[in-house]
Unconditional design. Structure first.
Length: 225
């Protein structure tokens, strides 16, 4: 079996540990310390984030979607397939090196998604884009951490607390959807979503290719008309 090779490391602003991009043959993983954050072997739930998050807004004339976290691009590529030619997809990635990895060693994995005319990449905190303007997006898809509790950096918690959810609610257009990926269930987060005036669905699933009964979660939270 081929050994793993560390291709690069990157600091997360305000983070506890470094990110590491590793490769073994055609397989890539992004690690945080000893924890695997993502792999191109396991992509189904990240793709589902786009599928569930964009389902009810896909027929809008010019849907505008904000994706928090570029990662390995699974959510972005799924959104591009779902949405029409007039869609506007904004991706916020906090760590510039992750964008470099997408354009460099993982370019084959990303294909032409980063050069698609519908896509704009911002190297910034997604929270800044959420707070910047009211009624700006038809959907907000968040996969910036392992779930509603910050793992890569404590500041990510601000996206999922009461104030952060209120900001997301304001940033969405009527009928818009906030979709959130998590590696585990979180009943307290579900309660916060409901308290923030969202209509909430919890969708449990198992990552494609993962052994055992490891389950991931996607929340879809819809703003009223």
């Amino acid at each position: 079996m081929l050994p793993w090779k560390v291709l690069d490391t990157a600091k997360v602003p305000g983070g506890r540990e470094e990110l590491r991009l590793k490769q073994r043959g055609a397989e890539f993983v992004i690690m945080l310390g000893k924890q695997e954050l993502m792999s191109n072997r396991l992509s189904a739930t990240e793709e589902a984030l786009a599928t569930f998050g964009c389902d009810t807004i896909r027929t809008r004339a010019k849907p505008r979607v904000l994706i928090g976290g570029l990662g390995m691009g699974f959510t972005l590529r799924a959104a591009l397939k779902i949405l029409g030619d007039k869609a506007d997809i904004v991706v916020a990635e906090l760590v510039p090196a992750v964008v470099d990895w997408a354009r460099g060693p993982m370019a084959k994995l990303f294909g032409d998604s980063l050069t698609d005319a519908r896509v704009t990449i911002h190297e910034t905190d997604v929270g800044e884009l959420i707070r910047a303007k009211a009624s700006a997006y038809d959907a907000i898809l968040l996969d910036v951490d392992n779930g509603p509790e910050g793992l890569t950096r404590v500041a990510n918690d601000a996206l999922y607390d009461a104030k952060g959810l209120a900001a997301a609610h304001r940033a969405l257009r009527p009928g818009g959807v906030l979709a959130v990926w998590s590696s585990a269930p979180d009943p307290k987060f579900t309660a916060r979503l409901k308290k923030a005036s969202f209509a909430v669905k919890e969708i449990p699933m198992r990552a494609k290719g993962s052994p055992g009964t490891v389950r991931h979660f996607v929340w879809t939270a819809t703003k009223g008309q």
